[in-house]
Design a binder for this molecule. Structure first.
Ligand code: NAD
Length: 478
């Protein structure tokens, strides 16, 4: 893969070359790209600003048709995109293709939003007046994305921004820019006018700062520490922000849970996609009566997974996405053990036929809610078990962590489920379902510090991607 930046409808090489590695095989390089400097980022922002008014005024049906065409092209190229994603990020091929199809669905839904977008009309307190509340595009959107969903995350940000008449500059993670380059090619092929969408590759802080300074809105997904830094920067220019950040999601398993279902949803949340989902399950809060049998079953499942090369059809769990994350995961387990956690499964690297970043699905037991291993996000295939007496203690433990992204409960009691749903401080609550696995037509996101500002998906997308205007019309007595 040779990928350039895309600025004002032109493919541009920057001055600083870089390559990406296949996490399934560190001896294989996947893509060659270049990072642009500050001047080119400014040019991308300026191009977006020039192009945005015409895009906002673009015929509504024609704009919807273009977004629909992007969806169709994404679907047609899903096998190719999925394979690149698997090679660059390490998801298994079905997961990679599935993510590309999800990206297509985001554009498909956004095409409908172009047409559905509406305003409101009110009676006035004053005779002879009407009041209109209309929504206008925010303007130029800076979109900054992490490495764990390289096609879906850029897509739902871009789809929402374009649907509501904004222009966009995207900066993908430098670990996985390949899918963003393919998406830019598709956006060009679908007929989006030059300047309306731009792609820049660069270092987080240097590129991000220019984007934040020059944008009308920032939609950011990444870690909470980075989120704090971008929010601080955005405060200088009072740039509107929408941040989706880290998580430390808890699944409560009660004595009355359906054991098979509890093990299925807990193992899915903890280990599928190598635990690299922001909504993955990192804490398992289990009541005393079911604890031992649950742990035994979970350890068995952990040991049964086939961990290996992302393109191997037998593989169920691909590699960790990059060396930095891999080393952090291994250190996380060592630190947890030093705190007193016991290892019920996994804990270390796994050998495979290629020199990849393979880690065994890991289960830590005997942990306490306040320990570091239950307070810090690991973002790997690692879950720790906290034993509790009852639902009250479970609710307390689930909320005893600063992160508030997703949470879940496994129980056959409707009353317990409803108590937990109401008491959870997370932005999303799952009942008898994995903490991960989200749908794009409803609001997605966590409460601070797992999220900040309006949600970017579903009915709330318009809140971020538009500004409201209230107009008082004195039409006179009629
Ligand atoms: P990260 O915060 O390190 O990087 C995210 C993006 O920000 C990258 O493109 C990076 O280059 C850029 N960046 C870094 N420093 C910057 C700065 N000072 N200014 C502007 N941009 C900067 O995150 P990551 O390691 O790529 O992704 C993993 C994290 O993302 C995890 O914490 C995970 O929970 C989170 N995440 C959250 C969600 C969600 O919806 N809440 C979804 C996916 C991932």
């Amino acid at each position: 893969m040779q990928g350039a930046n895309y600025i004002d409808g032109r493919w541009v090489d920057g001055a600083t070359p870089f390559t990406t590695q296949n996490p399934s095989d560190l001896d294989e390089s996947v893509g060659s790209y270049t990072k642009v400097g500050e001047a080119e980022v400014r040019e991308a922002m300026a191009a977006a600003r020039r192009a945005q008014p015409a895009w906002a005024a673009f015929n509504m049906q024609a704009r919807a048709d273009i977004l629909y065409r992007i969806a169709e092209l994404l679907k047609a190229r899903a096998p190719e995109i999925g394979k690149l994603l698997s090679r660059e990020e390490g998801k298994t091929l079905p997961e990679g293709i599935g993510e590309a199809l999800r990206a297509a669905q985001c554009f498909q839904a956004a095409a409908g939003d172009v047409i559905r977008a509406q305003g409101e009309w009110y009676n006035s307190m004053r005779d002879g007046f009407n009041v209109l509340v209309t929504r206008e595009p925010l303007g130029v959107i800076a979109a900054i994305t992490p490495w764990n969903f390289p096609i879906a995350l850029p897509s739902w940000k871009i789809a929402g921004a374009l649907a509501y008449g904004n222009a966009v500059v995207l900066k993908p993670s430098s670990f996985v820019p390949g899918c963003a380059v393919m998406l830019a090619q598709i956006i060009e092929d679908a007929g989006v006018p030059a300047g309306v969408f731009n792609l820049v590759m660069g270092d987080g802080r240097a590129t991000g700062n220019v984007m934040i300074d020059e944008a009308d809105g920032l939609t950011f997904t990444g870690g909470t520490a980075t989120g704090r830094a971008v929010l601080t920067r955005a405060a200088e220019t009072m740039t509107k922000c929408q941040l989706e950040l880290g998580g430390k999601n808890a699944l409560v398993v009660l004595d009355d849970a359906d054991l098979d279902l509890a093990v299925e949803i807990a193992s899915n949340g903890a280990w599928i996609q190598t635990g690299q989902r922001c909504t993955g399950t990192e804490r398992l809060i289990v009541t005393r009566g079911i604890h031992d049998v649950f742990v035994e079953r979970m350890a068995k499942v952990a040991g049964s997974y086939r961990v290996g090369h992302a393109l191997d059809p037998e593989t169920q769990i691909g590699p960790v996405a990059n060396v930095q994350q891999f080393n952090e995961n291994l250190q996380f387990v060592i630190d947890a053990q030093a705190e007193g956690a016991e290892l019920a499964a996994g804990g270390g690297a796994v050998e495979a036929r290629t020199r990849g970043l393979y880690m065994a699905p890991t289960l830590l037991t005997g942990t306490r809610a306040e320990w570091r291993c239950n307070q810090h996000e690991s973002f790997g295939p690692i879950a720790s078990v906290i034993k509790v007496e009852d639902l009250d203690e479970a609710i307390h433990a689930a909320n005893a962590c600063e992160y508030k992204l997703s949470s879940g409960i496994a129980t056959t009691s409707l009353k317990s489920a409803e108590r937990f749903r109401k008491a959870s401080k997370a932005g999303m609550v799952m009942v008898n379902a994995p903490t991960a696995g989200l749908e794009y037509h409803v609001p997605l996101g966590g409460r601070s510090p797992s999220g900040y500002g309006a949600r970017e998906t579903g009915s709330t997308a318009a809140e971020f991607f538009t500004e409201s205007k209230t107009s008082y019309i004195n039409h006179g007595a009629v």
